[in-house]
Design a protein. Structure first.
Length: 212
């Protein structure tokens, strides 16, 4: 019980940029913050999408271990895959970096963001408070992307879910933001049969594209 209370306090009160930068030295095991089993889920969601997409550079924001980026760099050997995470200690492929497989450490709001044709942001915004939501979206615009995939927790209005330690952002604000610019935004259908009730209620995948 005490451990659960401490964990909730940490997640709620420590700024996410500090939390993820130093999570590998917390009392909890480092493995608690490594999404080791995420590769299968990533492949299920994005493989068919990416195979049918034309791109030269792909940026994955919040890559954690880098498993999916490493997989993509092997699958698309003539493409450039750039991975980003605030904590390089979680990234597993430092010895595999190459001309087409790069890693950039740092807070995405503070670093110089590279240009990319496709940007993937997968359960990253859950760690951003309401005030930083549009700051993040505006920063991603600097990539000059053709396609942006946002796999995040959304509801009509913003709220913080204390039990799950996540920020649930406003889909209304997101949609209005891009519709007021030269973008098309659409929700991509997800297979939610293995989702929890909570996940099914809030997880959405949005595809944002520039007008032709």
């Amino acid at each position: 019980m005490l451990k659960s209370i401490i964990k909730k306090y940490i997640h709620h009160n420590i700024p996410p940029n500090l939390f993820w930068r130093f999570c590998h030295i917390f009392l909890n095991k480092k493995s608690n913050y490594l999404f080791e089993n995420s590769l299968k889920g990533y492949k299920k969601i994005y493989d068919e999408i990416l195979i049918n997409s034309k791109f030269d550079v792909l940026l994955h924001i919040g890559c954690n271990t880098g498993d999916y980026g490493n997989y993509l760099s092997q699958k698309f050997k003539k493409k450039k895959v750039i991975l980003n995470d605030i904590n390089s200690k979680l990234f597993k492929y430092h010895n595999k970096l190459s001309s087409n497989f790069n890693f950039i450490e740092g807070d995405i709001l503070k670093i110089e963001i590279p240009k990319a044709d496709i940007v993937i942001c997968h359960t990253v915004l859950i760690y951003f408070k309401k005030d930083n939501f549009l700051k993040f979206i505006n920063k991603v615009l600097d990539t000059n992307f053709s396609k942006l995939y946002l796999y995040e927790y959304f509801d009509n209005t913003y709220k913080y879910d204390f039990d799950n330690h996540i920020n649930i952002h406003s889909s209304k604000i997101l949609i209005e933001f891009f519709q007021n610019r030269d973008f098309v935004i659409q929700e991509v259908k997800l297979d939610k049969k293995n989702f929890s009730i909570f996940q099914s209620s809030y997880i959405k995948l949005y595809l944002i594209q520039k007008y032709r």
